[in-house]
Write a protein that binds this ligand. Structure first.
Ligand code: FES
Ligand code: MG
Length: 579
């Protein structure tokens, strides 16, 4: 294979490759940045898609990462051009960063297709930025490589490790239980987030970085190198270097994001104790590239896979230790050696198979990356629950749950929406005990809108004071990947769209059986039918702007919450001239 001659005519040639009026215009305005003539000689133009923003603190160091990508692109003879896209910051964006994941994906898709870009490096970090960038790039099917921002260093409080998110939930419950005071609670703020990077737990950001690596769209070790470790910049440099050859080889996303790649990712999610949000994001990415992923694939492919990675929220350690222990290549090697990597031959962005990349990966700490005969959880796969409460499915993460609650029957305590929950949960007279099932409605994709991370609702303070640490909770919401508990999420259809969750009443008996994949409201068929006949859709007023577009077109959780008209690959044919 030729190293230098592109396999296919480059898109950028249609902008820069003609000595006519249009070529003049496309080149001349670019030259105002100081680019010399030879940049326009037909070398691959590499877009560096940047989600940098000071309002997305997890991605605030991305200008420096972009600089290292740029070095690699230049070194390999490419023409790097950095461009910004909408940045979804999980910690600040209200009502939820999920509302705008699809907006960011639209931004990415249109920016790639409309510009002289041959291949793209996707700089992703905070939760939604990884799926948004992959969704947008997948709809164009250009060569693409993901460079993640990397996790923050371990959080510290009183000399001990604390984890992003996970420790906030724990400290807040301790505060409500009267175990710590407000001063102690607030003193954790600065120590928890003490370096650049994403959440240092196995939250959604780290999960999605691991998903990207197991899908084959990153170089090895992308997921775990800390954000401030110099090796993160080496990885960015090497990714910039590699994407130039990918552009020449026309190694597009559809050659990597195959069904086999998604099956590898699903199995990997169980091995790492990954976030439930991956269920929604992988479905949405798969939809963009034309792979038909079903909720049941999480059972079919994932079931039986032990959780090997001992990270918060399921376990003890943080991403720093995960990298030092061997990172995702170590996990993939363990899986492969045990015959548990479904498709070791799957192609990755460096041109090698996933297995070739990891077959000799060292594991330095068997406490962090456990051996198969000493797993953290025997079966860590995300469970899909169906029944008359969730006809289109719901999910539960057993590695973050209390084993004794995974089969449970209890009486519902119902909250109509988040405000109702907040008002009622602190009521000392609330009729609730440790066996009750907390039910939260109207927090789904259309109802919230945006499907907020509120499913891990805090327990009633009076039960916390009794030492209760977990209860069964059910909602149409999501939960943060950093959160834990016996929490049934993503109930579909959601309450606001007229799903059966809408007709649950205080005192109803609910049965959860995680192993059997069952979620059941124990009322008679007649009662069920008569209540359903009365269910009203309770959608928020549409208003205008993007929010109106979103509420009218968003798909349910089992379909990945993409907008219906964005599903699918639309390619990267060069549009008509602009002048
Ligand atoms: Fe950005 Fe967790 S809030 S990665
Ligand atoms: Mg999160």
């Amino acid at each position: 294979m030729s190293d230098t001659t592109p396999k296919k005519k480059l898109r950028s040639t249609e902008w820069f490759g003609h000595n006519d009026k249009n070529g003049f215009m496309y080149r001349s305005w670019m030259k105002n940045q100081g680019f010399p003539d030879h940049e326009f000689d037909g070398r691959p133009v590499i877009g560096i898609c940047n989600t940098w923003s000071e309002l997305t603190p997890c991605n605030a160091h991305f200008r420096k990462i972009a600089e290292h990508v740029r070095r690699g692109v230049y070194e390999a003879g490419g023409f790097p051009v950095e461009f910004p896209v909408f940045s979804n910051g999980e910690s600040n964006l209200r009502p939820t960063a999920m509302l705008t994941r699809n907006l960011a994906a639209m931004d990415v898709e249109e920016a790639i297709r409309g510009n002289p870009i041959d291949a793209v490096v996707l700089l992703a970090g905070c939760d939604k930025t990884t799926p948004a960038l992959l969704m947008g790039a997948a709809s164009c099917d250009v060569p693409a490589i993901v460079v993640s921002g990397g996790p923050m260093l371990n959080g510290k409080l009183d000399g001990k490790n604390i984890g992003s998110g996970t420790s906030v939930w724990q400290l807040h419950e301790s505060l409500k239980a009267g175990e710590i005071d407000l001063h102690k609670f607030l003193s954790a703020e600065a120590g928890m987030s003490r370096s650049a990077g994403t959440c240092n737990t196995m939250g959604t950001a780290s999960t999605m970085a691991c998903m990207a690596e197991s899908l084959g769209v990153t170089l090895p070790h992308n997921a775990a190198i800390p954000a401030v470790d110099a090796r993160r910049y080496v990885l960015a440099h090497l990714s910039g270097q590699r994407i130039v050859q990918m552009a020449k080889d026309d190694l597009t996303l559809s050659k990597i994001l195959t069904r086999q790649a998604f099956e590898n990712a699903i199995r990997t999610n169980a091995a790492i104790g990954g976030s439930t949000n991956a269920v929604i994001h992988l479905k949405a990415i798969a939809g963009r590239i034309g792979v038909d992923l079903e909720l049941e694939d999480w059972t079919r492919v994932g079931q039986g896979m032990p959780t090997l990675v001992d990270l918060m929220p399921s376990g003890r350690f943080l991403m720093e230790e995960f990298y030092y222990a061997g990172g995702l290549p170590g996990v993939l090697r363990r899986m492969g050696e045990a015959g548990l990597l479904p498709h070791p031959e799957a192609l990755t962005v460096n041109g090698h198979s996933l297995w070739d990349n990891v077959r000799e990966a060292p594991i330095h700490d068997p406490e962090v990356i456990r051996p198969l005969d000493k797993p953290l959880i025997a079966d860590g796969s995300i469970r899909v629950l169906r029944g008359n409460l969730s006809p289109r499915g719901a999910v539960l993460k057993p590695s973050a749950a209390t084993p004794t609650l995974l089969k449970h029957r209890g009486r519902a305590v119902v909250f109509e929406n988040l405000e109702h929950y907040k008002e009622r949960i602190v009521d000392e007279d609330l009729d609730v005990d440790a066996d009750s099932v907390l039910v939260l409605k109207n927090c789904g994709p259309r109802g919230y809108p945006g499907m907020a991370e509120v499913g891990n609702m805090g327990l009633p303070p009076k039960l916390l004071r009794q030492g209760i640490k977990d209860m069964v909770r059910i909602s149409d919401a999501r939960m943060s990947g950093t959160a834990y508990g016996t929490v049934v999420l993503h109930v579909a259809p959601e309450a606001a769209a007229g799903g059966p969750l809408a007709m649950v009443r205080d005192g109803d008996w609910i049965e959860l059986d995680s192993d059997a994949g069952r979620l059941h409201l124990d009322i008679s068929d007649e009662e069920y039918a008569s209540r359903m006949a009365d269910v009203q859709k309770s959608l928020p007023p549409p208003g205008g702007g993007y929010r109106k577009l979103y509420v009218e077109h968003v798909l349910q959780a089992d379909e990945g919450c993409d907008l219906d008209f964005l599903v699918g690959c639309r390619g990267a044919a060069v549009p008509r001239h602009s002048h």
